[in-house]
Design a protein around this ligand. Sequence first.
Ligand code: MN
Ligand code: MN
Length: 271
Amino acid sequence: MILRYDRIATELPPPSDPDPAGAAVVQELLGGRFGEMSTFWNYTIQSFNFRGRQGARPFYDLVANIAAEEFGHVEIVATAINTMLTGASPTPNGNGRAKLDPTKSPLAAVKGIGNPQHFIAGGQGALPQDSNARPWNGDYVFSSGDLVEDLTHNFFLETGARNNKLKVYEMVDHPAARALTGYLLVRGGVHQRAYARALTGYLLVRGGVHQVAYARAVELLTGADLTKMFPTPRIPTEKIPECRPHLERKEHTKLYRFSPSDYKEIVAVFT
Ligand code: MN
Ligand code: MN
């Protein structure tokens, strides 16, 4: 079951100047291949499919709890998109769309700017689409049933997600988009580290497997372990002002548990 709180994961600035073109770009972080719907559904499906959960702890705990956090990321990306769309045109329940004269083309100002479906299909709100308005696709989900494969995939997914967030940060200067990407860049780094640690921990537990032998051989030869791949991609979060408050609050070092009493074995992966 999921416990839901009526608040978003971190504070975003209130609506300011609308930016429908920027809102269309931020859609990539919601419904793109490396967006929050993808991280949410990958980890959710993987967590549903764990057989022998008790024996698979702490890895089951890890995937299940990161899945829950990703739901909150979907929510906060949608909030940022809606913030950026606020005021782009009159909204039905905002400032009296009913009073407008349709013959005066009240939506003409947003034609050719951003995603027309934000205005045609909905009331200037987020959609489960990428930045090209393609719908999110269930084929983005990888759930092989093999823990090492899934963890490796999840590591790669978090890597791509951070890369896309940086690109969006570079493309969109709206304060809501920058606050959003600043927060998600910091949290995504935690997830990458958690998956890498889980993977190396798991491989070490299963001594005798070829992968472990290779991993150990590489470590013996070079001193390298998977966690040494950080940071990847190389994003200087300490130089991004919107990342700094989250770094100061040590959000880049915490893995959340999304239950008051369950999933306590997660500490075995992340301490
Ligand atoms: Mn996320
Ligand atoms: Mn993540």
